[in-house]
Write a protein that binds this ligand. Sequence first.
Ligand SMILES: [Zn+2]
Length: 120
Amino acid sequence: MANQTMRGMRLGTQSLESEKGVAYSPRLNLVYRCGAGHDSAMVFSADAELPETWQCKSCNLQAVRIEDGQQIAIDIEEIKTPRSHWEMLLERRSREELEEILQERLAYIRARRAGGKSDN
Ligand SMILES: [Zn+2]
């Protein structure tokens, strides 16, 4: 009986005490290094998807995430040719969708011109 009480107390003193005051969500401090050797420190939420690359804060190069003191291995082509806005757009929308949007836009512009509301 006395033994059980002891165990209960031990668990009681351990529980949650060390977690009190940890109201903020965990953060990760990451470093991204670009081809020019600039280090960019970034802070991410621990449950966020961690980007492999980030735009350097000091120049316009793509910086690569540092892990264990080394740049992580990524597709090297991605560093050499930073994605254009067009490529990023294509990742979000299919080409068919874009074509549709383009046609809608063209029809709108043509309708405006036909109605004599063009800017010139
Ligand atoms: Zn840089």
